[in-house]
Design a protein around this ligand. Structure first.
Ligand SMILES: CC(C)(COP(=O)(O)OP(=O)(O)OC[C@H]1O[C@@H](n2cnc3c(N)ncnc32)[C@H](O)[C@@H]1OP(=O)(O)O)[C@@H](O)C(=O)NCCC(=O)NCCS
Length: 371
């Protein structure tokens, strides 16, 4: 039986990597010089699959500084060893390396005509998120794929059920439904409750469409229906008005927010007017609470809209998040959006919105937990 292992590449592998590159790719090859600099680079990881002491394949990932992303820069298996599971093992090793580097996603581009590699990526749980025309030297288009990274050996056992929002504007209400399901009853995981919570907590308008929710509205509805709530909000001003030009819309939003503030105050909801620190969130999660947290939608759904997600657990390195938004057009399923392990540093970066870096969260727990 042949001996096989996967290990990090070293500079002494360059001759073999170069030969492999020539054997596998007709265009867009990585040069010896690039191999040399990529192997040495801190922000790249090159893994080789050895079979009987020879390199049978390699995979390379790049880490872009300041993002939650790792990119599969190259994956190749020598034709003599194709179809033996080496490509899959290299890809798994690359995913593990990206996860260990605190990345949230692994992304890759693949030639549109490369049906073998596309089959491998689909089988490994990647979903197509876009197409880039004229990407390769010969003019071929690329398909872009993405996968949320998780620890396969330690799946999250969530106490909080997941619920997918059924409209574009009910993210906050869907988070409330999940919190109620955690503390009261799974019956709340229902579009009737989702829309009711939204009607009760909406700011009426937001951006172009119907209004989303703001923290005082969410906290008011939570307490009205029997949860204990606390608001953390870095701004004392009315929220989400920057992009609203129509004065009448602004007036209505301000009235709705005035009402929510008065009701939250009357209900005894504590409000902290400062940006929360990650450790404060972690302390609250450790005490069995959950948090509806405002994020810039950027990482989660590729656009900069205010968005609410539910932070419900902490594994010591990640905040575990239920994102109620499932991007069906990009092939996402509820399985992708539930229990997303967001590395601490990335969570800290995405948990803010807009130019002013508004930081907001509503901390929730069952009322009986107090006594
Ligand atoms: C794509 C590549 C890395 C796959 O490596 P491999 O070791 O042959 O793949 P594996 O044996 O691990 O295959 C794993 C799965 O991928 C899929 N797959 C791989 N090659 C396939 C092919 N040619 N046609 C259809 N499915 C294929 C299969 O689903 C397979 O699972 P199965 O064996 O249970 O059917 C390899 O063919 C290669 O180096 N190709 C040329 C370079 C390249 O295209 N790189 C990707 C650039 S983005």
């Amino acid at each position: 039986m042949s001996a096989q292992r996967i290990r990090p590449a070293t500079l002494s592998d360059i001759d073999e990597l170069d030969a492999l590159e020539q054997a596998v790719f007709a265009t867009d090859r990585i040069s010896r010089r690039s191999f040399r600099s990529l192997i040495a680079r801190e922000t790249a990881e090159t893994l080789v699959a050895e079979r009987d002491g020879r390199i049978a394949g390699y995979g390379m990932i790049l880490f872009r500084a300041g993002t939650g992303m790792a990119r599969l820069y190259s994956l190749a298996v020598h034709p003599d060893h194709a179809g033996q599971g080496i490509g899959r093992q290299l890809l798994e090793a690359a995913e593990d390396a990206a996860y260990e580097h605190d990345r949230l996603f692994l992304r890759l581009e693949v030639r549109e005509d490369n049906s073998g590699a596309i089959a491998l990526y689909r089988k490994m749980g990647y979903r197509a998120i876009g197409r880039v025309a004229d990407y390769y030297q010969d003019g071929m288009a690329a398909l872009r794929f993405e996968k949320v990274l998780r620890d396969a050996a330690r799946p999250v056992i969530a106490q909080t059920p997941y619920y997918e929002q059924t409209t574009d504007f009910t993210c906050g209400a869907a988070c409330l439904a999940m919190a109620f399901a955690r503390f009261v009853s799974p019956d709340y995981l229902d579009p009737v409750w989702e829309v009711r919570f939204w009607r009760e907590a909406t700011t009426v308008f937001m951006l172009a469409g119907p209004g989303g929710c703001e923290p005082y509205g969410l906290a008011t509805v939570a307490t009205d229906h029997g949860l204990a709530a606390e608001i953390w909000c870095s701004s004392e001003s009315y929220l989400f008005l920057d992009t609203v030009r129509d004065p009448e819309k602004r007036r209505v939003m301000e009235l709705a927010q005035t009402d929510f503030r008065a009701r939250a105050l009357a209900a005894g909801v504590a409000v902290r007017h400062r940006a929360f620190a990650l450790d404060e969130l972690r302390d609250n999660l450790a005490q069995g609470r959950v948090a509806i947290v405002l994020v810039s939608g950027y990482l989660m759904m590729g656009s900069k809209v205010p968005h609410w997600v539910l932070a419900h657990a902490d594994d010591g390195r990640h905040i575990i998040v239920h994102d109620p938004w499932v991007e069906e057009e990009r092939g996402e399923t509820a399985g992708d959006a539930a229990n997303i392990p967001v590395p601490y540093a990335i969570f800290d970066r995405i948990a803010r919105y807009g130019r002013s870096g508004l930081r907001a969260a509503v901390i929730l727990e069952g009322k009986t937990a107090h006594v």
